[in-house]
Design a protein around this ligand. Sequence first.
Ligand code: NAD
Length: 454
Amino acid sequence: MDVLVKQGNFFASKKTKNVSFRKDTLKRLQKEILAREDDIAEAIYQDFKKPKFETLAAETQFVLAELNLTLKNIDDWASPERKSGTLINWPSSDWVYKEPYGAVLIIAPWNYPFQLAFAPMIAAIAAGNTVVVKPSEVTPHTASIISEIINEVFDPGHVSVVEGGVEVSQKLLAEKWDYIFFTGSTRVGRIVYEAAAKHLTPVTLELGGKNPTIVDETASINLAAKRIVWGKFLNAGQTCIATDYILVHKTVKDSLVGALKQNIIKCYGENIEKSPDFSRTVSKRHFEGLKDMLEGQEILFGGKSNDDDNYLEPTLVNNPKLDSKLMRGEIFGPILPIIAYTNEDDIERYLSNYGKPLATYVFSNRKAFQKKIINRYSFGGGAINDTVIQITNKKLPFGGVGASGIGAYHGKRSFDLFSHQKSIIKKANWFDAPLRYPPYNLPKKIVKRIKYLF
Ligand code: NAD
């Protein structure tokens, strides 16, 4: 593949080893994003009517914050890190060097099409790699502007875009990369992992899942409803860490449903289709899939749709069966199942029905209950008394576990993720302890104390 040869030569030229070079290119990228921020919002709007506010907050400003943090800290992050030495090697100085892997492939999804291509790309560049980005074919306007920006800023030997769908993605995956960063579905994550295994290529897999939100009988219901509605219907439910379904204690279910309805109307008005703040489902295929999930379900609110532009109203569904289409896999759209539970065994029954999700949320005013859920269940990350916000703190690792992914990133962790951590011990020559050399004739009593020297 041409692009890989070009990038191989570029990497071999050692330009990317120079931290000032990385900073200069990232600064050029920053300038270009700032200059084209409105064009980016327009492109994403063209793709699925994502409200401009959501694009600015969750895509461009998010990426610019990642860029600012990286530019501020790159000198420090890229420097060898000194670690304390051990007695067994005394006298020495011990270090971790950050080494770029080489050629990085980033495959992005469509739901946050700018953020999920650029946030990992910035880190891969900062760490001194070359990068090929494969944006999603499902959001073609965004894919084009991603290409335009990258072509404007970077030498193609350094960073390139390859546009296309499944076939192009599979061609790319057949090549030998030094690192693959994939964001998308668990199904495709398995394909990526298999392709990477052939070359022993390390991967990060940022996948999806069926994220529960648990609301107990002590929760502040109105505030819970407000925060659930925001996190769920943002981007029309097409957010990997959005609530997938609600488990609510039966004694507060009616008041929660009432509050959810009120808050949906408060956010999007009585005629939601006309609201400028509500996205569309991204494609006909996804739209039809979501409508299919609604078949035979008891709808508590919403359910209206318009085939002309893949509009599906925020929809609340009452107690769906576990074996229904709606509850078999990730919904990834504006449908919110609400299931009443009686006791903690019911919660266990639902949660254990799925692989480890990317997120879990708990609304409760009981500290013991919050703690119990955090300790009892494994999931990527989450929030207590809120949803989605865990992604906004760059000091917190963002990633899944089990079926929801491998690896985590954001902030410094992203830089480290794209760097091989090379451990080096620099040994002094003025002293050489004789203990380790044959013939081994140290008394056993002393050998058994070696553990204290590590
Ligand atoms: P997807 O898996 O269908 O596609 C993701 C990327 O993989 C696209 O670029 C696509 O072209 C490519 N692709 C699709 N099929 C392929 C195949 N057979 N072989 C090789 N490449 C292939 O995912 P999507 O529909 O774009 O995104 C939605 C999914 O992504 C949801 O499951 C969501 O939860 C997940 N997601 C996860 C995160 C996260 O950070 N963990 C973020 C956003 C989305």
